[in-house]
Design a protein around this ligand. Sequence first.
Ligand code: ITT
Length: 196
Amino acid sequence: EKIVLATGNQGKVKEFSSLFADYGVDVVAQKELGVSDVPETGTTFVENAIIKARHAAQVTGLPAIADDSGLVVDALRGAPGIYSARYAGDHATDESNIDKLLNALEGQANRKAHFFCTLVFMRHADDPVPLVSQGKWQGEILSSRAGKGGFGYDPVFYIPSHKCTAAELEKTEKNRISHRGSALGILLQSMRSTFA
Ligand code: ITT
């Protein structure tokens, strides 16, 4: 059966397409089904993911998977967190968000940060037991950009184990080790054990 992918973010759509192809799951991005973005009024990753999954399921009548994710920076007491997409304001772009982050961390010695991803699967809009999974990816914020791959904050997110930024990783490697890749592995496992 088809599942709607409740995201309007093209970077996420690309990563999920290759991840789901690996797992043999049939997902369609919400835009292709005429679903528009919904206001994210929650105060946690979980709440926002549920809001997005419920909306997409409501509009399409299909089961839905949503991703709410963000960058959590230690020295900024967790900012930008759930506000990562719009850190630099209403018309924020990946570029302006990174500029704002680099400014906020100027002169800061503690560069520790992690990406966080919450995924939600709902069988229908009124599903009382959504499946939830989370993934975390530890790294450090550089003081300038490196790499062209990925999206969002990837060019300044340095992975010590790989000695490069997330934007310099092969796509398949990012999917293997990222917050999104980990969260999806866990979600698919719990979908299998719940519906087997
Ligand atoms: P949807 O709500 O439509 O899915 P969005 O971009 O608004 O799209 P979020 O509210 O979950 O999604 O914000 C996530 C932001 O966190 C995203 O826009 C990036 O700035 C950042 N982010 C999340 N995962 C990332 C990754 O793998 N690499 C770089 N930045 C990431």
